[in-house]
Design a protein around this ligand. Structure first.
Ligand code: GLN
Length: 428
């Protein structure tokens, strides 16, 4: 963790919503006083000349932005084992991963260093670590929170997202960073409701969907049991639970692992030793590019760039990239249909398993399957969050709540109710 010793020196208004509250940011969110190296050698020592909109909003709200947290290189990973600066350990069990790619931010909250931390999400990088570390993690609707100053991985899937110790911490953090920003062309100009006003609201009339595709027969029965307990608790609070279907869910991983690398291969072209990145010398201009990029990027980032360049290349574009965009539209329509049928929020597991041991998952494809329940919400742009729902062999695991575009409020209403109804059961 990098720290800014002067972070607390600016005077703040004691009435500001985050007055004096320490907040940690992932290493891909721009700050001027600390590095923004994205966990990559290629950006070693890089300090941004400007701050991200979310960083400025946090400071304006009185927050003490004092630390930057480790991450999988360029946010590619689900375990935080792919950082140039070494792995992050899970404070719940230091032999295990905290999840990724925002593992450092998750660990900072789980260890009690901060109650609120920012991460980023392209396919689940806040919800999955929240599930593994026993925290709340919220990915807002695409366009709700400005991305200006978030280093791009896959621009159509990237979001700034929030970790909170409890639901209310995440709601407060999101409240402060949400809203329109003219510097981000995908930012949406819509009023931001008061998310914290959802605390304690009754659930009568709320329809919760249980999508069958998120409960495949291969899923650990203990995960199913914990989800059904969570659904029962919501029912006891007045919600109605309905079985629903999102038929294209199983296509999310193949589609995500075409679109995300394709966009990454384009976004990461700027790290060439000229525009950005620590330059290494080689034979001529081409040799310089080659030395800079092959020594600067780690193996997972290299794999994604190669994959992305391949699916975008002439002759393969139609077969892979265009096809993936079409299927992405089907996944988006699945959500639209289920919400149009009168369902307000969906409840699923966030992850198929609790945190695994460091080094236990070495096959890249097995690692990609960590995003199986989370990547859908990034592809569709709908808001989603993870809330602790219990333990399996002493390890936390989260319930995921997914709502319709810009309906974070309903999602928070369900999350507050679930947290209250589960009480100590969520952590036991
Ligand atoms: N685990 C996914 C990946 O490796 C998601 C990462 C993210 O959300 N940033 O691409």
């Amino acid at each position: 963790m990098h720290q800014d010793a002067d972070a607390a020196s600016a005077p703040t208004d004691a009435r500001a919503p985050l007055a004096g509250v320490p907040v940690a940011l992932k290493l891909n969110i721009a700050t001027t006083a600390m590095p923004t190296d994205c966990g990559s050698r290629i950006l070693e020592g890089y300090v941004s000349p400007y701050e991200a909109t979310v960083t400025r909003k946090l400071r304006a709200a009185g927050a003490v932005v004092f630390a930057k947290t480790n991450m999988d290189e360029f946010a590619m990973g689900s375990s935080n084992e792919h950082s140039a600066w070494g792995p992050v350990r899970n404070p719940v069990d230091p032999e295990r991963v905290p999840g990724g790619s925002s593992g450092g931010s998750a660990a900072a909250v789980a260890a009690g260093i901060v109650r609120i931390a920012l991460g980023s999400e392209t396919g689940g990088s806040v919800r999955q670590p929240a599930s593994f570390c026993g925290l709340t993690g919220v990915k807002p609707t695409y366009g709700r929170v400005p991305r200006y100053g978030l280093v791009a991985f896959a621009s159509s899937l990237d979001h700034v997202a929030v970790f909170g110790k409890e639901v209310d911490d995440a709601a407060l953090g999101l409240q402060v960073i949400a809203g329109h920003d003219p510097r981000d062309a995908t930012s949406v100009d819509r009023p931001v409701p008061d998310y914290r006003a959802e605390a304690g609201k009754p659930l009568k009339g709320l329809v919760v969907g249980r999508p069958r595709e998120y409960f495949p027969s291969s899923l650990d029965p203990r995960v199913v049991e914990l989800c059904d307990r969570a659904l029962d608790r919501l029912k006891a609070q007045g919600a109605e639970v309905r079985d629903v279907s999102l038929p294209n869910t199983d296509l999310a991983i193949p589609v995500y692992y075409i679109i995300a690398p394709a966009e990454a291969s384009s976004n990461l072209a700027r790290f060439d030793g000229v525009r950005y990145g620590a330059r290494r010398t080689g034979d001529g201009l081409a040799g310089m590019y080659e030395a800079t990029r092959s020594r600067g990027f780690g193996p997972e980032v290299t794999r994604r760039i190669l994959l992305g360049t391949y699916v975008l290349s002439a002759g393969y574009y139609d077969a892979y990239y265009r096809r993936a965009q079409e299927v992405r539209e089907l996944i988006t329509r699945d959500f639209a249909n289920v919400f149009a049928s009168g369902v307000h929020v969906l409840l699923t597991p966030t992850t198929p398993t609790p945190a695994f041991r460091i080094g236990a998952v070495s096959d890249p494809y097995a690692m990609y399957l960590n995003d199986i329940f989370t990547a859908t919400a990034n592809l569709a742009g709908v808001p989603a969050m993870s809330v602790p729902m219990g333990l399996i062999e002493g390890l936390p695991i989260g319930a995921q709540l997914i709502a319709n575009h810009f309906d974070e409020s309903t999602m928070f209403r369900a999350a507050y109710a679930l947290e209250r109804a589960l009480g100590a059961e969520a952590h036991s």
